[in-house]
Design a binder for this molecule. Structure first.
Ligand code: NZQ
Ligand code: ZN
Length: 408
């Protein structure tokens, strides 16, 4: 990997389990030949879960319902799954599955649809409400109905992981839950299904992929060349291909690379062996919980400010490595290189058309402190993050997001 960088914090690579049994069917036009075979392994009664209607506009709904009809499936629909899916929608899905004794769930959409479907799948066997299941967080270990996905937006990695994030707007909570039983059995990843993703969501999804990579890359663990080298390659892939997809939405290679990067960024490949808490996600989930904003946009706003806030003698080596290997910055002075890398990250998000201040997404000073307290309460950011953050630190980072920034 060329140059050596000095890290002053660190533990060696942790033990880890890499268990990703999802049968990935990547590429063009595979549904016609393969979808019903995959579903038939689990049964004939299918819950078709989808969002607010994008799949009706782009023809995917018609294509899939025709295939299921020709195959003699009984189809029950859970429609209208919201971006930042609501716990009430999960309850509605669970009720449908019980009423119709569903055998398998087919989720067609982005991360919100897939996340909702995961918790519906587990909720089927769970005798309390969906929200009680979410409150179990990562300790949940119950069974789930089999889930098959058709991904339509490159962003979350939900198509190939065990996690789901559900919102409860009544309590201003947005929390993650996950279990091995919720990992999709199969996922169809056809880049053509992302050609219709609007620019704003393409940019937000790319920011989310990058954030998953950053969250794993900036950890105290040392000696993780495999994970960090893969992460750098995936970061460069997103940085190269997002602008192409923004300019030419039907560029197959750009969409294909973003799609596969989405899955690999959060399936354990770059995070296995690197313990500790994430930083920007807990802070972002509060912005979404209180203001229902787009997840990737919140992450893009927070990330460069967080990077600058935690830059210190202890962390500068890793930021220098990031600047050199990801952004191609040749500056040799560690702090100058690090700051140029942070500036490049900010400029990239801005050039992708992402609003880079909180007021632009409707967030002012009013709730910053309460959101900061909740971010600390709902995570281990205060104890186990790359650089541990108190509620006061989180408030400071939010405040930096109120106006435009310059890092050099
Ligand atoms: O609802 P429809 O009509 O389908 O429209 C969606 C939605 O408005 C639209 N869209 C999706 N595919 C499209 C399309 N529009 C046109 N053409 C297509 N092909 O895009 C909008 C956003 O969709 P959504 O599913 O909300 O986006 P995303 O995939 O970014 O998912 C975000 C959710 O996932 C959670 C986030 O917190 C958020 O709730 N996350 C899930 C994770 C996981 N399961 O591992 C990890 C992430 O860090 C994240 O927290
Ligand atoms: Zn994310």
């Amino acid at each position: 990997m060329g140059q050596n960088y000095t890290f002053e914090v660190g533990e060696r690579m942790d033990n880890f389990r890499f268990y990703v049994p999802t049968d990935v069917r990547f590429g063009k036009d595979r549904l016609e030949e393969e979808l019903t075979d995959v579903l038939d392994a689990y049964g004939k009664t299918v819950l078709l879960a989808y969002g607010g209607g994008s799949i009706k506009k782009n023809g995917l709904y018609d294509q899939i319902t025709k295939l299921l009809e020709a195959n003699g499936n009984t189809v029950v629909e859970l429609s209208g799954i919201e971006p930042n899916p609501r716990t009430e929608t999960v309850d509605r899905g669970v009720a449908l599955c019980r009423e119709h004794q569903v055998d398998v769930i087919l989720a067609v959409g982005g991360g919100s649809t897939i996340d909702c479907a995961k918790v519906v799948a587990a909720g089927f066997y769970f005798d309390q409400s969906a929200w009680d299941l979410v409150l179990a967080r990562r300790t949940f270990a119950g069974p789930a109905l089999p889930l098959v996905t058709v991904l339509t937006l490159a962003a979350t990695g939900s198509e190939m992981n065990s996690g789901a994030v559900i919102s409860n707007l009544a309590t201003n909570q947005k929390l993650g839950v996950g279990a091995a039983s919720m990992i999709p059995k199969a996922s169809f990843l056809d880049p053509q299904n992302t050609f219709t993703v609007p620019q704003y969501q393409t940019a937000a999804g790319s920011a989310d992929i990058l954030s998953h990579l950053f969250e794993n890359y900036f950890k105290v663990t040392e000696g993780t060349d495999v994970q960090d080298g893969i992460a750098e390659g995936l970061m460069k892939t997103v940085i190269k291909n997002c602008p192409i997809a923004l300019k030419t939405p039907d560029d197959y290679d750009a969409r294909a690379n973003l799609m596969w990067a989405s899955s690999l960024a959060l399936n354990g490949l770059t995070g296995g062996g690197k313990g500790g808490a994430w930083s920007c996600h807990p802070m972002e989930h509060e912005l979404s919980a209180f203001y229902d904003i787009t997840h990737g946009v919140g992450l893009a706003i927070l990330t460069p400010r967080w990077m600058e806030y935690i830059l210190s003698d202890t962390t500068v080596g890793k930021f220098q490595q990031f600047a050199h290997n990801v952004w191609g910055i040749t500056e040799t002075d560690p702090f100058t290189a690090a700051k140029k890398g942070i500036q490049a990250t900010y400029d990239f998000f801005k050039a992708c058309g992402i609003p880079m201040t909180l007021p632009e997404v409707g967030i002012d000073e009013e709730k910053l402190e309460i959101m900061a307290e909740q971010a600390v309460k709902h995570s281990t950011i205060e104890k186990a993050a790359y650089v541990p953050l108190t509620a006061a630190d989180v408030t400071n980072i939010y405040q930096e997001c109120l106006t435009e920034s310059s890092f050099i």
